[in-house]
Ligand binder design. Sequence first.
Ligand code: HEM
Length: 505
Amino acid sequence: MFPAKDLQSLAVAVGLIVTLLCLVSVYRIFFHPLANIPGPFMAKITGEWRNSKYRKGNWHEDVLILHKKYGRVVRIAPNEVAVVDEHAMKNLYSHSHNADKTNWYDIWNPPGGETSLFSTTDRKIHNFLRKRLTQAYSMTSILTYEKHIQGCIDLLLFKLGQNTPGQIVDMSSWTNALAFDVVGELAYGEQLGHLKTGTDVGGFRKDIFEAFAMLATIGHYRIIPVLLSSKTTAALLPPPFGDFLKWSENKVKDRVAHLDEDTREDMLSRFCRMKNPDGTPVGFYDIFNEAMVLVGAGTDTTSAAMKACLYYLSINPKDYRLLQEEIDNFYEENKLGGEIMYLQTQQLPMLQAVIKESTRLFPSINFQLLRYAPENFVIRGHHIPAGTSVGISPIAQNRDPEIWGDDADEFRPGRWLQSEAQSKHFDSSTMTFGGNGPRMCIGKNVALVEIYLFVAQFIRHFDFELPDPKNPWRVTSYWFSMQHDFNLKVTARKAGKFKIPNVTI
Ligand code: HEM
């Protein structure tokens, strides 16, 4: 039993806390600078409303419902606003305006107080890191690695070609395997065996997916990035990527150790040539962190885009037929002996339209891309005080009827083929790769080469359909939107002119 005096003190403490919470709530609901912005009632009081939605993994749908219900400017946490607006997009994400990333990105810092291109919120550090990576990620460089990407696609086509006609294949697993083996080629100098074995080697894909889901949903709890920023406290927490970090570290160490005798050109070989601000060669962990960015940012995103293309084609047979005809004609008119190459895919308007339209409707990243509101930031008559967290979700912006028309929710690749001016405007309005500013996706070229080659060659060599159109896939969004259990009935097209690459494994 507690003495009465202690009970009395406890009651007073609880009373004070409750009063304080009530006062804070009243302030947030009625007197906060964002008080007039519409949004769910609980979101005005606590960030838990948003956090619990994120944890459910359905944000790709929730954010669309939210904007339909509350409009283009919605308060989704006491100090956070979700927006759909072209002017806001330019003000937050373009070269001319470029607002700073918020401290939500701290959760993505490598453990131990370091930072990275993706996670840094410091403009100067970001400028420096981005500049020194520009060459490695330029299209000219990526095209020198195209043969490594092609090698992975050859293996995938070969594997699928061995199936019996009409076999049901889980394309979530195969596109994911492709994306991992491509990253293996670019970051570690070899494929990682996911295609060869048809398995998730070492369980790394699962570990990485789970780590991303966890980090993306805890980023708003400030204590976690603070704990991770110290080497001592970070060591007390379970390693977020399982055995993958150690495995990756050893792989990169091995490659770096043999660099003198290694003439292979890929992304890692370029990372090894990076310099510090004083011109000295970078240390091991700078190289290692860049390899990790490739794995983290460049796998699930790219495979989600490939799946989106196949999905929208399978439910739009007319567009599918038109695209297949376009690809067949190109192979035949140009008498291609081998596979179509990236620069050749750029001559195929329907292919471009299908890829742009699919990734518009299903962008791979759909959480809010958070920035601090700049000075004098007014959206649709709402003044958002400088420093407020503001974000656009790519899927919401990509379906804005003001930009895309009343059929914004529909798959209509033809919208990209109306005129060059219209298509240019669409290109600058899409949020799939994070806008067109300094924080836009640096890996876009890697992703495009992989997606264009894969989609063109898969359609050339296979016919496919959804075995169960009512249940095409299961989507979860934890920063990345991922389609699971994406089954397709796949049949190799008749041998002869559709000759699948022969691969020795
Ligand atoms: C279809 C594939 C991809 C999509 C849809 C995509 C999307 C995005 C988006 C929306 C952002 C902005 C994030 C933000 O503002 O918070 C971003 C940034 C980034 N992406 Fe991608 N990405 C893809 C593939 C890749 C690949 C293949 C790589 C690496 C090889 C990559 C590396 C990065 C990096 C490093 C950043 C941060 C850039 C910076 O802050 O300067 N991404 N990506």
